[in-house]
Design a protein around this ligand. Structure first.
Ligand code: BEZ
Ligand code: FE
Length: 286
């Protein structure tokens, strides 16, 4: 006897794939996979994706994976330049209230930076315009937070992180400091410059194909950790940088832009100075 077989078509295929998600699958997993299937199928239908273009997409994703190693994360870079990282961040921090805004971590944080005392020079011997940093770590109400761990890292005046200079082994322009009893952290360094995200791989090719540039405006990264509070991963950007409006990874927020030249204009110092208060949200009760 003949058996009736289903024929999958453009009209019924999406529903058929959705229908294979088992009712006993983990509910969050089922929700994510159903949305992924719907949006991917809609995307293919909307652009009328050809088999050749599908093949190019497969080759692109394969190449992304091949570029990844312990020094290079091309998949996160793709997420960054497509604005996905900042969208996830915006959703995660939507209800944060009166605390410092967050931005991307980026690929240049190192887990074991030099541990330096308050007032340290974190870029000794390096040529560049001196930058004095005076940071205050506080809770959402502005009360000082002593004993916070503050990781800071930034690029050189030529736009390179220490890991991109020479054999990449030396640590410079980065440190781990601790806030004092008054919540203050002070250090000196050299002023960073704007620089391109790594753009010699497939993510860079995609940027170029869209007519976009790879530049990020000058910034210092901060990762601040304090018991009882949520980690704060953020940057402070230099006001006046020409790339503030076209950051390749969409990481700029108005509240994170600071005027490094204000103290010099007031005649208080010959150097640049960054003064910034970081406010951390309290950790959710366990
Ligand atoms: C950075 O700021 O270091 C960075 C962030 C995202 C992608 C590439 C670099
Ligand atoms: Fe950076």
């Amino acid at each position: 006897m003949d058996q009736a077989h289903v024929t999958y078509t453009e009209a019924n295929l999406t529903q058929a794939v959705l229908g294979r998600i088992r009712p006993d699958a983990d509910p969050r997993m089922a929700e994510i996979m159903a949305a992924l299937i719907r949006h991917t199928h809609d995307f293919v239908r909307e652009v009328r994706l050809t088999p050749e273009e599908w093949g190019q997409g497969v080759a692109f994703l394969t190449e992304l994976g091949k570029w990844c190693d312990d020094k290079r994360q091309e998949v996160i870079l793709l997420s960054d330049v497509l604005g996905v990282t900042m969208l996830v961040d915006a959703i995660a921090h939507a209800g944060d209230g009166n605390v410092t805004e967050t931005t991307v971590l980026g690929p240049f944080h190192r887990e074991n930076p030099p541990v330096l005392p308050d007032g340290a020079d974190i870029a000794p011997g390096m040529a560049g315009e001196r930058l004095e940093v005076v940071a205050r770590i506080a809770d959402a109400e502005g009360n000082p937070l002593p004993d916070a761990q503050v990781d800071v890292w930034h690029a050189s005046p030529e736009g390179y992180y220490d890991s991109q200079i020479g054999d990449g082994e030396a640590h410079s322009m980065r440190a781990r400091l601790r806030s004092g009893a008054d919540g203050m952290v002070r250090f000196t360094t050299i002023a960073p410059a704007s620089y391109p995200v790594p753009h010699d791989g497939p993510a860079g090719r995609m940027l170029a194909a869209m007519g976009r540039g790879p530049m990020r405006p000058a910034h210092l990264h901060f990762w601040i950790r304090r018991e009882g509070y949520r980690d704060l991963v953020t940057h402070v950007f230099a006001a006046g940088d020409r790339y503030l409006e076209e950051d390749a990874v969409f990481g700029v927020k108005a509240s994170l832009v600071a005027d490094f030249e204000a103290a010099r204009r007031r005649g208080e110092t010959p150097d640049l100075r960054l003064e910034y208060e970081f406010r951390l949200p309290r950790a959710a009760a366990a």
